[in-house]
Design a protein around this ligand. Structure first.
Ligand SMILES: Cc1cc2nc3c(=O)[nH]c(=O)nc-3n(C[C@H](O)[C@H](O)[C@H](O)COP(=O)(O)OP(=O)(O)OC[C@H]3O[C@@H](n4cnc5c(N)ncnc54)[C@H](O)[C@@H]3O)c2cc1C
Length: 458
């Protein structure tokens, strides 16, 4: 096969690689961009996401919120220019608790978020307070920031389907969801219009000379070829560490398996206009006496009788006439090697649905006649503090965009915009150091890492 040349070769046509190609070719006017993927574009992790977004992120510092605000700005621009082909909404993330002691925590979190730039805090303590619910579709003209609602009348009026003992809600507003596939395909098409080529093949080797990238060896159905190039971007998703090794760089990332559960809410327990709902209290799963006795006898299942971690969440999926409900709950995650196809715990769907009955008691109707559930997922590729890498690597002309964890659909625009600034040698945004590999060399950052606290993972 004949060789070819490129200005930039990107390994990986998931959301990260596609967004990088788009920001280089369409927004920076860089020609000769080649995307290489051994699978169809957007088909690995980027096909498995819950497609939600939020500018609601913990510290330390405001870098995550600043980056995410930029990413959401870019997605909104894309939504406007495309007639919102990817159906971006702004329904918000609704955190809910039945623990009165959490109210202060909600207040502090909302104040912190305001300090980080997520937007102002509005507290609703009486029935007369004007809380503005989110519309089901669209994102224009909506408030940003956070509504904290502690008035029981307001909670019941606007969210009658939540558990009756809910004492407080935190509604983070610059949040919602969109079709990740549609957004990715839209950016890919725009990039192709500007000359980006997508090549099917596996990146086998990155060639260097004198500490600089000179070429990328690709094997494919038609054989092997080397693309001469001075720049290589590693956007290999769960394989970003392996591809890093091709450059002799040990990237500080690991993988965790995560799943989402889809089922038909045929009885309409959750209204189709509902926001993303996250229960922030630990949960005890509901079991009948017989089930309880059975579980108690099986050592491997006994833990299901104990208190399970906070964070079970869910939202309606699809248009007004879709009955689909999504549920996600990270009650257990551990580092593992990325292997495909992925196997999930056969009990996962049942555990998530049972967990969801705590914030949404109406779903308990389905426990006697369990609905058919579809479990799907992939790997979160993470750094230890759950902040991605978007930066040059020590080999000249080599870059990485990876470690996008459980937020790569929402952050890819901001992260690729940052990487494109490095590649195009433009001035960098002030949050750039927070996503650079060099941060781990800084003793002050290493001390921060030891006391990091909340990583922002839901
Ligand atoms: C269950 C679940 C729920 C999620 N929910 C959300 C959510 O609500 N919101 C959100 O923003 N994010 C969410 N995410 C995270 C998001 O899906 C990921 O962060 C994102 O898809 C990562 O994109 P990527 O391009 O880095 O990786 P991928 O999509 O995995 O793409 C990497 C590509 O690199 C290719 N590749 C790897 N090695 C090579 C090689 N040597 N040669 C050629 N090609 C190669 C692969 O074939 C693949 O196509 C979720 C993830 C999961 C698993």
């Amino acid at each position: 096969m004949s060789g070819a040349t490129a200005e930039v070769v990107i390994c990986g046509a998931g959301m990260a690689g596609v967004a990088t190609a788009y920001h280089l070719a369409v927004r920076r006017g860089i020609g000769g961009v080649v995307l290489v993927d051994e699978r169809p574009a957007l088909s690995l992790t980027s096909d498995k996401s819950a497609e939600s977004y939020r500018n609601w992120w913990p510290g330390p510092g405001d870098d995550m919120v600043a980056l995410m605000n930029r990413s959401i700005d870019l997605m909104e621009e894309l939504a406007r220019e495309s007639g919102n082909v990817f159906l971006m909404n702004r329904r918000g993330y609704l955190f809910a608790t039945a623990q009165p002691e959490q109210v202060d925590r909600y207040m502090r979190a909302a104040e912190d978020a305001a300090g980080f730039g997520a937007g102002p805090v509005r507290v609703h303590r009486s029935p007369a307070d004007t809380y503005q619910p989110a519309p089901a579709v669209g994102f224009e003209g909506q408030p940003i920031g956070t509504d904290v609602i502690t008035d029981q009348g307001l909670i019941r009026r606007h969210f009658p389907y939540l558990a009756p003992d809910t004492v407080a809600l935190l509604h983070a507003r610059r949040c919602g969801w969109f079709s990740g596939q549609q957004l990715g395909m839209y950016m890919l098409e725009r990039a192709r219009d500007k000359g980006v080529r997508l090549i099917e093949g596996r990146v086998e080797r990155v060639e260097t000379a004198g500490g600089r990238v000179t070429g990328v060896a690709v094997s494919g159905r038609d054989g092997a070829r080397t693309i001469g190039t001075p720049r290589f971007v590693n956007a290999a998703g769960p394989f970003v560490k392996d591809v890093g090794r091709l450059l002799g760089v040990d990237l500080p990332v690991f993988c965790e398996r995560h799943a989402k559960v889809a089922f038909h809410d045929t009885l309409g327990v959750v209204p189709r206009h509902a926001p993303m709902m996250i229960w922030t209290d630990p949960v005890r799963l509901p079991w009948s006496d017989d089930e309880r006795a059975e579980l108690g006898e099986a050592e491997s299942l006994r833990h299901l009788l104990e208190e399970m971690p906070a964070g079970v969440h869910g939202r309606p999926e699809g248009g007004g006439d879709s009955p689909i409900m999504l549920g996600v709950w990270t009650y257990h995650a551990e580092p593992m090697e990325a292997r495909f196809p992925i196997e999930f715990d056969p009990a996962h769907a049942e555990i998530v649905l049972r967990g969801l009955t705590r914030p949404l008691p109406g779903l308990a109707t389905y426990l006697s006649r369990f609905p058919k559930c579809f479990v799907d997922g992939g790997y979160y590729t993470k750094t230890r503090e759950n902040r991605f890498l978007s930066c040059p690597l020590p080999i000249q002309g080599a870059y990485v965009l990876g470690g996008l964890s459980g937020y790569g659909m929402m952050s890819s625009n901001g992260a690729a915009d940052l990487l494109a600034d490095y590649i195009a040698e433009r001035p960098l945004p002030r949050y750039a150091p927070a996503f650079h590999l060099d941060r781990y060399q800084d003793p002050a950052y290493r001390t921060l890492l030891d006391n990091w606290g909340d990583s922002g993972q839901l």
